[in-house]
Ligand binder design. Structure first.
Ligand code: BES
Ligand code: MN
Ligand code: ZN
Length: 478
């Protein structure tokens, strides 16, 4: 359960901890009622991520530094500061105040609510000893009234969706099998008012999803495909399709990974989790856009009849792929997913996938690679990510690199050369998007997972992509 958020005019007496977000400028000018010498002794200057706690009159107080000056404190700094406050607290009732000079608008309130919920998140399903007290209620001080309350609640909706994505990613691959993922996704989507279709293996065979079936061939778990539809009540401003890579565990198949390389591979459904979770938030926020989601689900195992290097798979749209490395499986299931999404005739498709280690080599662990076939749409996705406070960076899809995935026996092969692996994966995906449909691809191999807590980012599954997809749907066609 995440905390409820309340817009409060003044700090409630019942708050057990009062957190104040402050800038370094404000600290150096002196904070009213706070002993400057004590702050100095503690080394607290108000710089980003610095915290300082003390107790006064039976109440805990916390200062959180959010940046050098008020001009630099926008929604991203507020989200991060609120997350730090929530994570540092071990009480049920928290109040968040903003210090001198900091202006909080509607986006800022939304970000504060997101931060409070995201910072309070913990995955404790498998912890048998009781863990720290979770927040029940957070008051955001300074803004009261219906508008402010609604802003906070929109933030909670998005952050709760992101926490759902985190829960799905954190659940072990032996528990969250494709059928179990499909059940949980269906339950969450239905609760939000989204139409749900779960395809069984027989449905998948009938639809000739050769990529998904090929990857599934080494598994004793059946595949699934989850199809979700959000239809706005009024006229739709546009039609968007989302596709998420849903590898509930990636052992690599016969081209097996190392022990080290497999350790976090329960996270290989991070794209699927983000897509499902975003759909729940989109339905609750109800933008006037039709959104369709396609989520192919399987694990990538090594059973006795697993796909062999050299096998050729026929994808939904009729094109063939020679599998030379069974560990390059994400693109095989996404090829089917993108073909199907194209058949639903959307104006634009976005796919999210923990697709390549090469993308992490290029951009590191925190930044997603962004590619696509339509510059204007790629720019829209980039702008949505910026507004949502998620880090993405454009990568090219060079036409002259297409020959790197030429195959001697099929239309293409599933691996390129030793270099540019994020791009050759993207170039393969492009083959499965129907002409005339704008498409963007987010390679989230890095940011879907984090080794440590940092700001609003949680260790383990991060739920990366949820906020970007929601922001994109809210802006689409506007
Ligand atoms: N799921 C992995 C990519 C990945 C790696 C995600 C590390 C997150 C962290 C993907 O299926 C994969 O194995 N890709 C291979 C492709 C290669 C065989 C062409 C890779 O990146 O090594
Ligand atoms: Mn793989
Ligand atoms: Zn994978």
């Amino acid at each position: 359960m995440s905390p409820t958020l309340h817009a409060a005019r003044t700090t409630p007496r019942a708050a057990e901890l009062v957190a104040t977000l402050v800038t370094a400028d404000a600290v150096s000018e002196g904070l009213a009622g706070i002993d400057a010498a004590a702050l100095e002794r503690a080394g607290f200057e108000g710089k980003r991520d610095q915290t300082h706690t003390w107790s006064s009159e039976g109440r805990l107080c916390l200062l959180v530094g959010v940046g050098d000056d008020a001009a630099s404190v926008g929604p991203d700094a507020l989200r991060r500061g609120a997350a730090l406050a929530a994570r540092a607290s071990s009480v049920r009732r928290l109040a968040i105040e903003t210090g001198p000079g900091i202006e909080v608008d509607a986006d800022g309130r939304r970000a504060l609510a997101e931060g409070a919920v995201l910072g309070d998140y913990r995955f404790t399903v498998y912890k048998t000893s009781s863990t720290r007290t979770r927040l029940a209620r957070v008051d955001v001080v300074g803004a009261s009234g219906k508008r402010a309350q609604a802003d906070l609640e929109r933030g909670v909706v998005v952050a709760e969706a992101q926490c759902l994505a985190r829960d799905l990613v954190n659940e072990p691959g032996g528990v969250l099998t494709p059928p179990e993922f499909a059940r949980r996704a269906a339950r969450a989507a239905r609760a939000a008012g989204v139409k749900v279709d779960v395809w069984t293996k027989a449905d998948i065979e009938k639809a000739k999803l050769g990529g998904l079936l090929g990857v599934n061939r080494g598994s004793s778990q059946p595949p699934r495909l989850v199809e979700l539809t959000y239809q706005p009540s009024g006229r739709a401003r546009g039609r968007l399709a989302l596709v998420g890579k849903g590898l509930t565990f990636d052992a690599g198949g016969l081209s097996i990974k190392t022990g080290q390389g497999m350790m976090t591979m329960k996270m290989d459904m991070g794209g699927a989790a983000a897509v499902v979770a975003a759909m729940t938030a989109i339905a609750r926020l109800a933008p006037p856009v039709r959104v369709h989601a396609i989520v192919p689900l399987t694990d990538n195992m090594l059973g006795g009849d697993a796909t062999r290097p050299g096998d050729v798979l026929r994808i939904r749209n009729g094109k063939t792929i020679e599998v030379l490395n069974t560990d390059a499986e994400g693109r095989l299931v996404l090829a089917d997913g993108l073909s199907l999404a194209s058949e639903r005739r959307p104006d634009a498709i976005v796919d999210l996938a923990t697709l390549t280690g090469a993308c992490m080599v290029a951009l590191g662990p925190r930044i997603a690679g962004l590619m696509g076939n339509d510059e204007a749409f790629v720019d829209q996705v980039k702008a949505a990510a910026e507004a949502a406070g998620e880090r993405v960076w454009p990568l090219p899809l060079p036409d002259d690199y297409r020959k790197m995935i030429d195959s001697k026996v099929a239309d293409m092969k599933n691996i390129g050369g030793p270099h540019g692996g994020a791009l050759t994966a993207g170039l393969l995906l492009r083959e499965f998007v129907r002409d005339g449909i704008a498409w963007a691809h987010l390679d989230i191999a890095g940011p879907a997972w984090s080794d440590d807590d940092e700001g609003e980012i949680s260790a383990g599954g991060t739920g990366f992509g949820v906020r970007t997809l929601v922001a994109l749907a809210e802006r689409f066609g506007a």
